[in-house]
Design a protein around this ligand. Sequence first.
Ligand code: NAG
Length: 480
Amino acid sequence: MVVIWEEDMRLNSMEKTMPLKFYFIHVLAAGHMIPLCDIATLFASRGHHVTIITTPSNALTLRKSLPSHPFLRLHTVQFPSQEVALDLPDGIEVTDADQLGKVFHATTTLQTPIQNFVEENPPDCIVADFLFLWVDDLAKNLKIPRLAFNGFSLFTICVLQSSHYPNSLLPHPITLNASPPKELPEFFDKMLETELRSYGLIVNNFAELDGEEYIRYYEKTTGHKAWHLGPVSLISRTPEEKAERGMKSVVSIHECVSWLDSKAENSVVYICFGSLCHFPDKQLYEIACGIEASGHGFIWVVPEKKGKEKERQEEKEKWMPEGFEERNAEKGMVIRGWAPQLVILNHRAVGAFLSHCGWNSIVEAVSGGVPMITWPVHGEQFYNEKLISEVRGIGVEVGAAEWRGTGFGEREMLVCRDSIERGVRRIMDGGDEAQEVRRRAQGYGEKAREAVREGGSSHNNLTALIHDLTRLRDAKLISS
Ligand SMILES: *[C@@H]1O[C@H](CO)[C@@H](O)[C@H](O)[C@H]1NC(C)=O
């Protein structure tokens, strides 16, 4: 009895005095890097010592966009192979599928330098993106807990895994609008298998959006734990940090905000398909026609190479109807490159978000209380769509039915201008359905902000996680 009591005392006092040491390893693609580095900031803000392991060019981006914090530092490792480093674009911008392949290749060549660094000076906990499959062995050898992160919602993970648990019914019947490319299920299975070998999963979402029913389903079927720590986009930042989140924006915040300030509340559709999805010209043309026909205001983000100054008129007309920009000079803004998405989604003039349903975009829209028009393209986006449209009722579907292997290249099916116009009007024209969807979206926006406040669900999940990790570390210290 006495011994236990003494141990407890010792544990309690250590929890208060000794910060944990965390290493974070992110992959070199914006969609993965941003939320994971934001999560790193969360641990630092609770007084723990956090090191993000990154490459020199990404370190430059991160220094500008991450909130500065005394307990948050960056450690850079060089690419061991010059070839890989030189071929990669600056920072994290990826503009075609070929480069995406190189980024994944780079992920494997970083193994040795990262591993050496970690082994020399092991942390109390390691957090790595799921693409670094080898971190599992590294953590096991060092006997430190590993937290898994894959950037997905828990809802999506539950649906993905549901076929392995035929005896447990998912909380809702889910039927996707397309079937995945044939290599995808195998990829997901491998990822989930590695994830389940971790100490637990961290999720950039809040419990209310995934829903208690999915949290309980996940625990019951897998016996694994998941902590909801998001939405991480709500971490407070200066306007400059907000604008540079991810990459340098091509428009100034000021330009964007003053343009939006001149528009009526909920009168602008924000259209953006993320950093890894580039539509062919024919599809962009349909988007231009659809949005123009809807008659609503818009901000439309297109890939940077779509708009170099020197772009010849004939080139332009392949993806934009003649005179489109001139006719819509008042109503619309076309942004070529990286846009300050957080600033846009949080402006009162923005009334809907036409989105590829990448998870980061979704949480950012939900946090801003903005209803969505869903247009999934690749990865796990067709699952995300269902959470937004059918399960939570905070968006409508545009009717995309082609699930691609990547976001690049030609496609077999276009989403036609009529479907785009119809999708936009369903939310932007008003009416009963639109009002309901907007009311619910705003409700989830409130819940998101509550979740990260002291006493909110994500705040509490983080406290619980830190508590678990501290106990684990201290038990190890005592036994050694
Ligand atoms: C996270 O918070 C939710 C909502 O309060 C709760 O149901 C869940 O059990 C928590 N998760 C963990 C791992 O503590």
